[in-house]
Design a protein around this ligand. Structure first.
Ligand code: SF4
Length: 393
């Protein structure tokens, strides 16, 4: 099979693995790449696994999101690549994958790589092949751009150290928030011993070894993914795990992937998870990570789930700020971040502006570039509730 067909075969299922992508690139692909991949002007780069990816700092790059092999000896219940499923497998050798990526990069089709793999001959052998691929890309092809590498379950400390010297991001998919949920989702995976342990080792390496030994003299960020809603998991379970990962293991990002059933898998008759649940989990996870909310403050209902009809910050504010609005001229940054419509950027703008003079009405905020609609019910400006008539947005 030629490399274009192999990439297409892998890419057909890569949407199941949320990474840094923002949106699919569909209409500005080069026509021919040197590796023989022909991409007509209207062709979709998505079919090869190329996605627009948001980098730290806001830059967007085309990212090749692919796998070394779609063959796998494990049997995760949600996965199209699970062992025994009737599915045509695709495998790249490390040399072949590295060369394919290099040629696509030289052709201007991609500027970064997200590389994962099914597991064949055990996690350690598979991780070695992933590392070999990245090593060729970095050393032989001298690629200095973005690489996000997947860590296999149970990867060894030496492999993690090597990976940390070659990549910008490492991720270990936990898939389930507790041992019990994971046992149904992925019967051959162990949450603590195989999945959390590598993340703990990465954090231990970050704490005990000098960062200048890492790629570009800094350590890679870490991330994970959960499959949401397939096996009765609650938002509380997912966010409890997220809180631990953010605050104890310094993960940069937890991805939530709303479950979608796949034919010929044990979960094929389980209903798909509504996308709004995924959205609410992201909002709540950002409150834990960036807004100094504690897990106990999130508006869980008795069944351990978040409301879908209102976002978690607004739900909290409706209870706590309606009668006790925040005075924007005096509040600490932490209090400002509690107000719907005020994020880290707008909190900084407010603090900067009030050093120069009092904020007296919504117009003052709008002149700072803030959208004021969501905050109006929860703030005071110079001792007064804002006049809603002044809203421009
Ligand atoms: S280990 Fe990965 S590729 Fe293999 S079945 Fe599980 S999720 Fe799929």
């Amino acid at each position: 099979m030629d490399v274009a067909l192999k990439l297409e075969s892998v890419a057909s299922q890569m949407h199941l693995e949320p990474a840094e992508e923002k949106q699919v690139v569909v209409d500005d692909a080069p026509q021919i790449a040197p590796c023989g991949i022909t991409v007509g002007k209207q062709a979709k780069r998505e079919s090869l696994g190329i996605y627009n990816a948001a980098m730290p700092g806001g830059k967007t790059i085309p990212l090749l999101k692919t796998m070394l092999t779609t063959a796998c000896e494990r049997n995760c219940a949600y996965c199209p690549f699970r062992a025994g499923r009737n599915y045509r497998r695709t495998t790249f050798k490390p040399e072949e994958m590295a060369k394919t990526f290099h040629q696509m990069e030289q052709a201007g089709m991609v500027q970064g790589l997200f590389l994962s793999s099914g597991i064949i001959k055990g996690s350690i052998v598979t991780q070695d092949k992933l590392l070999e691929t990245v090593e060729i890309i970095r050393k032989r092809y001298r690629f200095n751009g973005y690489i996000h590498l997947k860590v296999m379950p149970g990867a060894e400390k030496a492999q993690l150290e090597r990976a940390m010297q070659l990549t910008d991001r490492l991720s270990v998919n936990l898939e389930g928030p507790t041992e019990q949920r994971l046992a149904t989702l992925a019967p051959m995976k162990q949450l603590s011993a195989e999945l959390i342990r590598p993340l703990q080792l990465i954090e231990e390496i970050r704490r005990t070894q000098p960062a200048y030994t890492g790629w570009k003299r800094r350590w890679p960020s870490t991330a994970t993914q959960f499959v949401v809603g397939a096996v009765g998991d609650t938002d509380l379970e997912l966010l409890q795990a997220t809180d631990y990962l953010y605050h104890r293991l310094q993960l940069r990002r937890t991805y939530f992937s709303a479950f979608s059933p796949i034919r010929d898998t044990p979960l094929e008759s389980v209903a798909a998870t509504p996308p709004i649940r995924e959205a609410r989990l992201y909002q709540a996870s950002f409150l834990l990570r960036d807004y100094a909310f504690d897990l106990e403050e999130l508006p869980f209902s008795a069944d351990g789930n978040l409301p879908h009809e209102v976002d978690p910050k607004m739900a909290w504010a409706n209870v706590h700020l309606q009668d006790e609005p925040v005075e924007l001229n005096h509040a600490e940054r932490r209090q400002l971040l509690r107000v719907p419509g005020i994020g880290p950027w707008s909190a900084d703008r407010i603090m900067e502006a009030r050093r120069a003079g009092k904020l007296r009405d919504l117009r003052d905020l709008q002149q700072l570039g803030l959208k004021t609609k969501r905050m109006e019910r929860f703030v005071l400006l110079d001792g007064h509730r804002p006049n809603h008539q002044l809203r421009f947005f």
